[in-house]
Design a protein around this ligand. Sequence first.
Ligand SMILES: [Zn+2]
Length: 59
Amino acid sequence: MKACFNCNSTEEQIPLIELNYQGKKLFICPRCLPQLIHKPTNLVGTLPGAENIRAADDV
Ligand SMILES: [Zn+2]
């Protein structure tokens, strides 16, 4: 079963977006996607290396 890596919502519950990351495929749901864009450090613990991802808003 495909599930959001961050909140574990499944594709039965919510549309999932497929990500390619570090040679793997991950899935994220639309509720968690804004965090990946704007606050990637919120994903530390569920996404390896999240602490190294710069927020899209950082210039
Ligand atoms: Zn999610």
